[in-house]
Write a new protein. Structure first.
Length: 349
């Protein structure tokens, strides 16, 4: 209806302090709530959850239009193979597309379909964006979880954007995934404005959304966040530069060397950044990917599937959201404080 504002986004967190499998259960409940004639559109990177895959097949069988875009050759290709076989056997009435380039020539430039988007037409139109992959399964495989981390129990999030505008626009982005020269596509580069938030799709011609903002920060400003992946590149350089100009920066980082190398951590600390690894006794991951910047009394946050590394910056299909929505930033700040408190308790014990 004309004049109705976009609703404020709602954050759904997952983590060791919350019910196991909370986010995947949320997705399954939403799939099952879409009736015949409705629409579902997903893109995801890891997909091992056979029950969720079967829920999508059942939805397609009852007359729901299901679009699914899934990475066929993730970092650990065997992870997705059973679910892909199940889905390809059904086909989702033509709605399934698996990303398998003909030949993997350039390992470091391989463009993963890494975005996490989950769109539902019913009971009310909505789209969820975040860091969560349906990468768990029941029964679980401890060997695979040791490689990719338990996202059903580790720290994760999905952010729900309600309303027909968000549903239509993000479903359209799912449908268009995989076109040639996507980086140069004007529609791919067009930002989507929803209320106080802006959504950017990757790959894109102008990739430095966050680091351009960080380069404006210095004395009197602050940056804080939880980061699962951070490697050398423009974003790390922008953080170091902001710290050297006097910005107060505190980061919680994933504990593995593969996702955050020790030399990167050392460079952050040398620049005066408070950077600490999250280490869980059961090796549950910190898969959150968000930053909050505060300057002149104004706050802005970024979140999504976007890893703070060169692959996401230059090659991957990703989704990144920047927001000035106070409720969203408050929720991210509160969650950051809760994770920091968890680290403090583990250190004390």
């Amino acid at each position: 209806m004309a004049g109705v504002a976009d609703p404020s986004p709602r954050i759904i967190f997952g983590g060791p302090d919350l019910a196991p499998r909370l986010l995947r259960d949320e997705l399954q409940a939403r799939v099952e709530a879409v009736p015949k004639g409705g629409k579902i559109a997903w893109s995801t990177y890891y997909f091992r959850d056979r029950a969720l895959a079967q829920a999508l097949i059942d939805a397609s069988d009852r007359g729901v239009e299901v679009l699914l875009r899934i990475e066929g050759i993730p970092r650990f290709p065997e992870v997705n193979e059973p679910v892909i076989a199940l889905l390809e056997n059904d086909g989702l009435e033509g709605g399934l597309k698996v990303h398998r380039p003909p030949k993997r020539l350039f390992e470091k430039r391989y463009p993963y379909w890494h975005s996490k988007i989950y769109c539902f037409s019913h009971p009310t139109p909505s789209a969820l964006i975040g860091s969560f992959n349906p990468s768990g399964n029941d029964p679980e495989d401890a060997r695979i979880i040791a490689d990719i981390g338990d996202q059903d129990r580790g720290h994760n999030l999905l952010v729900e954007f309600g309303g027909a505008k968000a549903f239509r626009a993000l479903r359209w982005r799912v449908r268009r995934m995989g076109g040639w020269c996507a980086r140069l596509d004007p529609l791919q580069n067009l930002p989507l404005r929803i209320g106080a938030s802006t959504v950017w799709s990757y790959p894109r011609a102008s990739a430095g959304i966050i680091d351009r903002q960080l380069r404006l920060l210095g004395a009197g400003d602050s940056i804080r966040g939880a980061v699962s992946h951070l490697k050398r590149g423009p974003l790390a350089d922008a953080l170091v530069g902001a710290a050297q100009r006097g910005a107060a920066i505190s980061l919680l980082l994933h504990d593995t060397e593969r996702r955050v190398r020790e030399e990167v951590l050392a460079e952050l600390v040398d620049a005066g950044i408070s950077a600490e690894r999250y280490v869980h006794p059961a090796e549950l991951p910190l898969h959150l990917k968000f930053l909050i910047a505060e300057s002149g009394g104004k706050r802005r946050a970024w979140f999504g599937s976007f890893n703070f590394n060169q692959r996401s910056y230059r090659h991957n299909y990703e989704i990144l959201v920047g927001t000035e929505d106070a409720a969203v930033i408050d929720a991210l700040d509160q969650r950051l404080a809760e994770v920091a408190a968890e680290i403090a308790r583990q250190r004390a014990s």
